[in-house]
Design a protein around this ligand. Structure first.
Ligand code: BG6
Length: 484
């Protein structure tokens, strides 16, 4: 009595507004933090933090530049104008769901207006209406690396408590306007990533933090996001009957490099840290060991009256996460390192890696599912998973057996976990159609089942071409993974 994928399992794909829509200055949209991200083909992922670091001077220079030459996210894949064509392709693959995000700066260009921009709202209403028409259930992220730039410049992003009110106002407008179209909501994409790239995640310019206080202020900003997440969960439940709200974390499952007790302890701490963010969203409070750790590091959080109550009373309905690779930890400073998703880990000798060095580990996905379900006991959604690869267009076709192999092994791992009791309700592959990479702003780092004819410089027809994996995934969805 093997259990397969449950009936009604939500198969689909995921994209984010800032990596797909383009149209960065159209219909009243304001600048977002993503619009000033430059093309970084030679990003040294081994030194990610330095490479991504950005200061006020570079931001102001980018904001004044009105071209899209070195800012590929300003172009995206022109989803803003081509979404109907793209949805039709997703529907052809049989998608039951599509995860998208709402660009905050389309609705509130500076983040502080009291009235929303109608054209921005209309775009998303049209998008969600078209999705409903095609029987594709939207899963919508409210904040996916695209806050209004103005809030970053004026308040240093989420460091300032006032941003909580701006976000709550934005979210409420979305809930009211889309209440008949969207049931599933995610608050902050990879909320844990605030420490890895504070500007992208929370609009924090480290050079604008008080001297020596960048870490303290980043934790304060994170606290503001936790509070905001709870507040909008409350609003969503009140405004949209039957709505479901989830948190979203980067699942960075880490293994000890050896059974040396120090490796095991370091690994345990890595995993506890990685779970901290979902812990807060599900249990509604800070884990005691994390609070003590902050104390030991001299980090003091400021809680306002009511913060702890709102966090306790408005927890999430499900946990969603991204999973790309696993990591390994070692006490040996000379152990060989390898990059992962905006993070560096110790190389695992048992695993192969993608062209970008991310270690391919389907069993790690199964382990993550078992661990998360055991810990939280709420439904799970995998809302990002996939491999970035260089695809070659040959005679108008893309043969991508490597991508099929990646997905097949990960789907098998999901099936195993479901069989062993995990309540997994949705799977949305990352970059279901090729989009601009978050970390490097490359088009040539492709994740999609659908190829987009555009290069890193923005040259190309932007035509959509089905890859071999398109047909393979269509078949998987049609048969609900039964042949895996
Ligand atoms: C996740 C982000 O961390 O990883 C996505 O939520 C991102 O926005 C994805 O695109 C893959 O990373 P990258 O850098 O290869 O695009």
């Amino acid at each position: 009595m093997n259990k397969g994928f449950p009936e009604g399992f939500m198969w689909g794909g995921a994209i984010a507004a800032n990596q797909a829509e383009g149209a960065w200055n159209v219909d009243g949209k304001g600048l977002s933090v993503a619009d000033i991200a430059t093309y970084k083909p030679k990003v040294d992922v081994k030194d990610y933090a330095t490479h991504m670091s950005i200061n006020l001077e570079t931001v102001e220079k980018a904001a004044a530049d009105k071209s899209d030459d070195i800012y590929p996210k300003r172009r995206g894949i022109d989803f803003y104008h081509r979404y109907k064509e793209d949805l039709a392709l997703f529907a052809e693959m049989g998608f039951k769901t599509l995860r998208v995000s709402i660009a905050w700066s389309r609705i509130f260009p500076t983040g502080e207006e009291l009235e929303p921009n109608e054209k921005g709202l209309q775009f998303y209403e049209d998008l969600f209406t078209e999705m409903k028409r095609m029987n594709i259930e939207p899963i919508v992220t409210l904040s996916h690396y695209e806050m209004p730039l103005s809030l970053s410049l004026k308040y240093n992003g989420w460091v300032d408590r006032r941003v909580v009110d701006d976000f709550v106002r934005f979210s409420k407008v979305c809930f009211k306007r889309f209440k008949n179209l969207v049931k599933y909501w995610l608050t902050f994409n990879e909320v844990d990533s605030i420490h890895r790239h504070p500007f992208t995640t929370a609009g924090i310019l480290v050079d604008q933090c008080a001297p020596g206080k960048a870490e303290q202020e980043t934790y304060q900003a994170l606290h503001h996001q936790f509070v905001a997440s709870a507040m909008v969960t409350k609003d969503c439940h009140e405004i949209i009957e039957g709505s479901q709200v989830g948190c979203m974390i980067t699942k960075l499952t880490t293994y000890p490099r050896t059974c040396h007790p120090t490796d095991v302890e370091l690994t345990l701490k890595k995993n506890l840290e990685n779970n901290f963010y979902a812990d807060v969203h599900v249990f509604g409070e800070y884990p005691k060991l994390i609070l003590r750790d902050l104390e030991l590091r001299g980090i003091e959080l400021h809680f306002e009256d009511g913060d702890l109550e709102v966090m306790k009373n408005h927890t999430v309905d499900f946990v969603s996460f991204s999973y790309y690779m696993s990591l390994t930890e070692s006490h040996d400073e000379n152990a060989e390192r390898t990059p992962g998703n905006t993070i560096l880990g110790v190389k695992n000798p048992y695993l192969e890696a993608t062209d970008w060095g991310w270690q391919i580990d389907p069993q790690g996905l199964k382990i993550s599912l078992l661990e998360l379900y055991d810990r939280y006991n709420v439904p799970l959604m995998i809302v990002e998973n996939g491999m970035g690869a260089k695809d070659e267009l040959v005679d108008g076709e893309i043969h991508d057996p490597y991508r099929i192999a990646y997905f097949e092994s990960h789907f098998k791992a999901m099936k195993d976990a479901i069989n062993e009791g995990v309540d997994l309700i949705a799977y949305t592959s990352w970059g279901a159609i090729d989009i601009v990479s978050a970390s490097t702003s490359q088009m040539s780092k492709r994740y999609g089942f659908i190829y987009v004819d555009a290069d890193d410089e923005g040259n190309g027809t932007y035509d959509r071409i089905k890859k071999d994996s398109f047909y393979w995934y269509k078949d998987i969805i049609e048969t609900n993974g039964s042949q895996l």
